[in-house]
Design a protein around this ligand. Sequence first.
Ligand SMILES: [Zn+2]
Length: 300
Amino acid sequence: MVGLLGRVGAVVALLGSLVAGRPAQQVVEYGGVGAVVPGRGETVGVEALTADGRARGLTVRVGRDGRVSYEAETEASAPGRTSAAGRAEGAEPGASPARAACADTAYSTAGHKEYGTYLWHVGDGPMPGGLTRDAARKVFEESIGTITAERNDCGLAGTGGPQARYLSATDREAGIDRAGRCSTRDGVSVWDAGELPQDVVAVTCSWAVTMPDGGPNDLIEADVRFNTRHHRFTDTPGERCSDAYDVRAVGTHEAGHVFGLGHVGTGHENLTMYTNSYTCSTRARTLGRGDVLGLRALYR
Ligand SMILES: [Zn+2]
């Protein structure tokens, strides 16, 4: 049983009864994340940004025949995990094995993309970094804009891929519970803050419809939640910053998930889609080469 958020409870129950052929509230859980099994022909993906850089993600698919399958992301399976050869090429002995952001071509895709325009809302609760709702909206909008414009440090031109538009504030909440599980989707894409598991900084849940031609699944909703219960955030990580995550860095990483990017693993710490964005660090605010290549693979 998933802990539903009060305000959307009625809507969720209604959707549950409208979707024929599956038991309501069937939950798949793996390695500290989870998701309510979506409707036929749909997928749901949950991606967690962790405080220790350990990959955590899960995708649940329901075929048109109602068959449920899932794929869990583990550190060993993260596609960006550095091979021994990559490590030898990229680093001095004893130095960090991470390649520079513009020299690192690693990326992974999560199986969905936004074919039209991502329409999104800001929730009405407290925002990360103590931002007002208007200020948070601006920060989220810029984070999303970094993905849609492919803003990067590497001189790479954007390819004019995905589109996004902010719609309004809403009293709906992100469909993500305090155990880091995606609830049943409510058709409203919401960015907000709340409680998530302690070692998780933020979570994105993305719902999509499977494509008959086998192409990337068609995004229908994506919700983002920042864990303000267990972590501190700031929009101005200067010299005095201590132990707080940069809202824009985290927001840009989560926006990457919204538009279909997956995680890259150890050895790729300088890319936006690495599993940890580090306290007081702004490096994930702009994209590295692998992040851009991932977007090009999806949108060009
Ligand atoms: Zn992530």
